[in-house]
Write a protein that binds this ligand. Structure first.
Ligand code: 48F
Length: 260
């Protein structure tokens, strides 16, 4: 016998537990693309309380569709070890070019990150930040459905010791800071420099260089790094995204460790 009221209560209580236990986190990640998922996997694995907020219903960002909806992605040699570690099967196409099925990759990164202890809140948009003493100390969140319907509903907040902006091309968190906070970003202009056209090789190495702190308390990861600090896009080669997520997690982990 199934009681609908119990089903409803189970969902509400479990979700509320999850939300309440993540009102204060070590790290908050905005965006569940490849960079955010690897960052979340690594931080959760290191034992940090980490929450990831994703606007969409599905997790995986721009990975699902591969290149132009051909659902395969390319990963270069340096990043293959991350897919190996997370259990994503790859095939060598040519020396140092590997491919992976994008559906397998997106779903496995998501699964491994959750299994490692990352808590994902999908359907939640980060619409603003909280700044105290010239440092981002938390995020302002709302249901994506509220955002999409343009309903006049006030948001709620999450305290985070560190934030990773993994929102991809849009670089939404750093753009919000640039727009709303009376202070400069750690970029050459003090603003979001903006993304340049497509150049895979340079973009991939710049993604790693640009994975760094953009404002006190906020690190960039993935395509957001090049959009923030001003470099090229790379198209459907995903190694830089994975390595960037790993680097962002490493940097945040080091800070958290030093502050303990
Ligand atoms: O775009 P996305 O996959 O970012 P990424 O991890 O990877 C980029 C590649 O997919 C590709 C590329 C390189 O190969 O150029 O584009 O850097 O994932 C970003 C995720 O962030 C979510 C968005 O829905 C997407 O799933 N997102 C963006 N803004 C917000 C957000 C926000 N304000 N709140 C919550 N989620």
């Amino acid at each position: 016998m199934l009681d609908e009221t119990i089903i409803t209560r189970a969902i509400i209580e479990r979700y509320m537990d999850k939300l309440q236990s993540h009102l204060e986190v070590d790290a908050a990640i905005v965006g569940g693309g490849p960079a955010g998922l690897v960052a979340g996997y690594k931080l959760a694995q290191a034992g940090y309380k980490t929450a990831l907020f994703e606007r969409k219903l599905s997790i995986g960002g721009g990975m699902w569709g591969g290149g132009m909806m051909f659902n395969e992605i390319v990963v270069q040699q340096e990043a293959k070890r991350i897919l190996d570690e997370m259990g994503v099967a790859t095939r060598q196409f040519e020396p140092s070019y590997h491919t992976a099925d994008s559906v397998l990759c997106a779903s496995t990164l998501c699964s491994q990150a959750c299994q490692a202890g990352l808590t994902i809140f999908n359907l939640v948009s980060v619409e603003d930040v909280m700044v105290r003493d010239h440092r981002v100390v938390g995020l302002v969140i709302n249901w994506s459905a509220v955002e999409m319907a343009k309903l006049h509903v006030d948001p709620l907040t999450i305290r985070a010791r560190y934030t990773i902006d993994a929102t991809g091309h849009a670089a939404e968190v750093v753009r919000t800071i640039a727009r709303k906070v009376d202070a400069s970003l750690f970029t050459k202009t003090g603003e979001v420099v903006g993304e340049r056209s497509l150049w895979a090789e340079v973009a991939e190495s710049h993604t790693l260089d640009n994975t760094r702190e953009a404002f006190p308390g906020v690190f960039t990861a993935g395509m957001c790094s090049n959009a923030t600090f001003g470099s090229y896009r790379m198209g459907p080669v995903f190694g830089g995204m994975l390595l960037s997520g790993e680097k962002a997690a490493q940097m945040v982990g080091e800070r958290l460790k030093a502050e303990k």
